[in-house]
Design a protein around this ligand. Sequence first.
Ligand SMILES: [Zn+2]
Length: 335
Amino acid sequence: MIIDSHQHFVRLARHPDVEGFRQAQLAGKNPDALPNISDADVRKSLEQVVSLMESRGIDVAFASPRAKAMATHEGTVEQNAVWADLNNSLISRACQLAPGRFVPVGMLGQHPSCPSAEVAKQIERWAKEGFVAFNFDPDGTGGRWQNQPFTGKHNYPVFEAAQGLDVPLVLHGSESINKNFPHTAVQYLVADITGFVQLMMAKDLFRDFPRLRFLVPHGGGALPCQIGRWRAIAKYSNWASPDKILGDGNVFVDTCVYNQLNMQMLFEAVPLDSILFGSECDGAFPGVVSEETNDHYDNTRRYVDGSKLSGADKDRIYAANARRVYLRASRWIHA
Ligand SMILES: [Zn+2]
């Protein structure tokens, strides 16, 4: 079995009625009625991704709302709670309309002025609906990085809910207000790097929440290239080493890196039990072809298959690790 732990329902999020609803919200109109998206439209939005999954031999994907469109630095606390609920309800419907294919991962209405106790309530609500994890933006200010490090006590209600319900938090960035930092090329990777380093810096976090689990996407940002630097600064500054937080079972990364060399570096830098297969299938750069493979860059299965790992190690990365880290996913996975 192959589980893609990192996918977004981008086409569903780009439905004109969904985008129109958000635009109306941000224009201050606060529509009373949520958009009425038909089952046929939801199914149609899944066609392309299901076809790619079939051609790549991916059985199941953990799918969340479009990351750029989370954009909870905009709007108000109340608007973002509604926006998160709308997106999560669409994810839930899509997963139910394609049984056995998708597992729901939610977004959270993290406005900078939203008390984290309210965010925790959203985790509780959607975990009850079967959601197995949640995207958590370590910035949440649109690339301004104006908040305190996300690992602080101000977010403890979120961590209590996540640990109590056994739902990992995926440290995923969102929209950037700064044109110097395009979201997919820079802001997401800055969120990965910043999130990972903040976890190294957090002295009390895993003592207070020993079963809390984070997934740092996109291969952990710069992790395959810069783990040596982070090992050094951890000693220099008395932080937890990258090897410790990865080895203790609190922090995991995915395989969303788009070439063979960096995939190999990822496998050498990170314990194999801490790596989950991910491809963002049809998400980040749809249809863009690599000259290295004559296939889509984001067909990351090629790089895992092409590595020197044993079959047993590949199986861990393809499915076993995801099932161990996302403990609530089994009800959605038929095989
Ligand atoms: Zn993503």
